[in-house]
Design a protein around this ligand. Structure first.
Ligand code: HEC
Ligand code: HEC
Length: 287
């Protein structure tokens, strides 16, 4: 039919491609970073964070990590509210990425204490058994260049103070990368908003049978020991031997929501059953 009328076909094809281009490319460019898109709370990178961002780019972290939470239920449940364009106002270039060999990092800031990141980057398997992320211990031997960093801040027109530049003298690339990790997604304060309010009485539905306690102990070894120590004696996080006396409802709430101010991640993805197994284990810590 149409393909036998080359001129008409050409015109229709051109019109179709034109509409597609306008809708998917031209309009988003016009919309992006308009006043409507700006997010007041999002601030430019500080010098140390910017230096860390460049280490991230140089080391190719974004070959394995994305920095954008897609508007899909599975993404939002795992990483928090989906990304808005205003969150990337200071990202030049953006590091959205396209491949997730590791988890998305758009909201990593505040998920863990800084010490966790140091340990994890030095030796990923020390924090996440079975991780196949490479180790980056060598970054601790590389100094951050204050002069170069100041130039970058000026080119990007980011505000900075002289003290921030002189403070870079004692910093290495690992410090910079960790500062960058803690900045990602932390401006919008979504962690506190994401807390679920647990309404009413919470009671542990599980009996402390040896099976339940053993299941909780296994979960502890997998998800908690790297921060609280294999023997509950404390490490990055506090000692947990006292948790035996903490109210079950309080433990459940802390594990479900995490403790965003202190840097403990939320464990709601484990599901209620497993969290109760953990609570049962904490209440029955005996050998
Ligand atoms: C070969 C792929 C690969 C590269 C390269 C890589 N990672 Fe990872 N990363 C992973 C995998 C897989 C995980 C999940 C297991 C783990 O936590 O170690 C991960 C986890 C992480 C986590 C924890 C995320 C969370 O929510 O628990 C952070 C932070 C991280 N990577 C930062 C980095 C940084 C910074 C770099 C670059 C210096 C980097 N990664 C390079 C594969 C990679
Ligand atoms: C990334 C490190 C990290 C991981 C993993 C982690 N925690 Fe924590 N945890 C912390 C930190 C840091 C605190 C202190 C937070 C605060 O005081 O605000 C804490 C606090 C706690 C508390 C409150 C203790 C107190 O004295 O106030 C309990 C209970 C707890 N964690 C249990 C667990 C359990 C059970 C797991 C495993 C499911 C776990 N944590 C995994 C870092 C971690």
């Amino acid at each position: 039919m149409w393909e036998k009328k080359p001129v008409l076909f050409l015109l229709l094809a051109t019109a179709t491609i034109l509409v597609g281009t306008i809708v998917t490319m031209v309009l988003p460019f016009a919309w992006i970073n308009t006043e409507k898109d700006r997010i007041e709370a999002v601030t430019p990178y500080a010098p140390l964070e910017l230096a860390g961002r460049d280490v991230y780019i140089r080391e190719g972290c974004n070959n394995c990590h994305t920095q954008t939470v897609r508007p899909l239920v599975s993404d939002v449940l795992r990483y928090g509210p989906y990304s808005k364009s205003g969150e990337f106002a200071y990202d030049r270039p953006h590091l959205w990425g396209s491949r997730r060999a590791g988890p998305d990092l758009a909201r990593i800031g505040g998920k863990y204490p800084a010490t966790w990141h140091y340990h994890h980057l030095e030796e990923p398997r020390a924090m996440v058994p079975g991780s196949n992320m490479p180790a980056y211990r060598f970054l601790e031997g590389a100094a951050v260049d204050p002069v170069l960093t100041r130039k970058k801040m000026e080119v990007l027109d980011f505000p900075y103070q002289e003290e921030q530049i002189s403070a870079l003298e004692n910093k290495n690339e690992m410090d910079a990368l960790v500062a960058y990790m803690q900045k990602l997604g932390s401006d919008i304060g979504w962690r506190a908003q994401a807390q679920t309010e647990v309404i009413g009485e919470l009671e542990n539905p599980l009996e402390p049978t040896p099976g339940v306690v053993a299941a909780g102990r296994d979960l502890y070894a997998q998800h908690c020991a790297q921060c609280h120590g294999g023997d509950l004696g404390g490490d990055i996080g506090p000692e947990l031997t006292g948790a035996a006396d903490t109210d079950a409802a309080e433990l459940f709430r802390d594990l479900w929501n995490g403790l965003p101010d202190g840097g403990m991640p939320s464990f709601n993805t484990l599901g209620q059953e497993r969290i109760w197994q953990l609570v049962t284990f904490l209440h029955n810590q005996g050998p």
